[in-house]
Design a protein around this ligand. Sequence first.
Ligand SMILES: Cc1cc2nc3c(=O)[nH]c(=O)nc-3n(C[C@H](O)[C@H](O)[C@H](O)COP(=O)(O)OP(=O)(O)OC[C@H]3O[C@@H](n4cnc5c(N)ncnc54)[C@H](O)[C@@H]3O)c2cc1C
Length: 289
Amino acid sequence: MAIRFEFNGVRYNNVVDLSKALPPMTSVLIGWYDGAEILCANAAGLCYDTKIEYDFDGENYFLHGRGVKILKHCIESKHNTVLEHGTATFLKKVPIFVARQDLRARIASFDERSLRFCRADDGSLEYYIPDYLSEKRIKQLYARNEMDKAHFLEQMRNDWISWHEKAKEMYSHYADSELLEMLDRERVRETVRALLPLGISTVYLDTRNLWSWIHHAEKRLCLRAQKEIREIRQQEINQLKEVFPSIFKYVDKPCFTRGGCQEAIPCGKIKLDSNKQAITSSIEVNENS
Ligand SMILES: Cc1cc2nc3c(=O)[nH]c(=O)nc-3n(C[C@H](O)[C@H](O)[C@H](O)COP(=O)(O)OP(=O)(O)OC[C@H]3O[C@@H](n4cnc5c(N)ncnc54)[C@H](O)[C@@H]3O)c2cc1C
């Protein structure tokens, strides 16, 4: 098992320090089953009496030849159990509304930072601001003389920030108050988190086998899924492609893989053929149109 507690080139001694360094809406690969591609290919090899070749340079494993082909065959033919012999673990900091969607995919193991036992008065209660409420975006609208839009979004941004700040202040006031000595401290702390909005970030570890990562990705890379959950999934797939290139190079939106579009109402942004396979090149897809 390889572990790496690193973000933006900085190494941390533990996941607590790493989690504090992560900005909201980030998922970082912190652990993976090194050599999992060799193991998965050998699992398939065992099924068909196929001997798998690989190299090891003292640090990394390299799968080649029939090992790469057999993995491709298993992925395409949904011989899924082969991919269950490898795992990967991510540390995430995402708003609660993103975590709720993420945790719905059940073939996984989670551990989440508890607001009941961990304190918030160290500044670790962060919240998310969507892209369309960024200062830069609003300034651009003013510069283009789109006054109504700019005023509306500016007001919304101010409300968004003051709502979250007020919730943080109330939470910290009641959960961290010294007066809690007079009361049942734990009872207050376990309930007062109900004051926090869904935009507040939560931190958790998410471990899945490699089939489950593919399944989860294909569902949430689809343009019908919410932008934020897609972004998290794309971050994860990019990192998985680096450590498991033979397995994850095939992962994409379902309409770009053999699965084809599964949606009753397609997104309309990607041209499909009669088999619901994408015709548009993935580079041409304008997700924001
Ligand atoms: C675009 C989009 C919109 C969505 N909108 C909503 C929504 O509005 N409301 C909502 O509640 N959810 C919503 N979901 C969540 C969705 O319904 C699924 O719960 C989620 O995507 C997990 O899918 P899954 O069950 O295939 O994955 P997993 O839970 O990871 O399970 C993987 C596979 O294991 C098998 N499996 C797991 N558990 C069982 C079981 N108990 N019995 C039988 N087989 C099992 C199934 O084959 C399943 O496909 C949405 C998902 C997407 C992608």
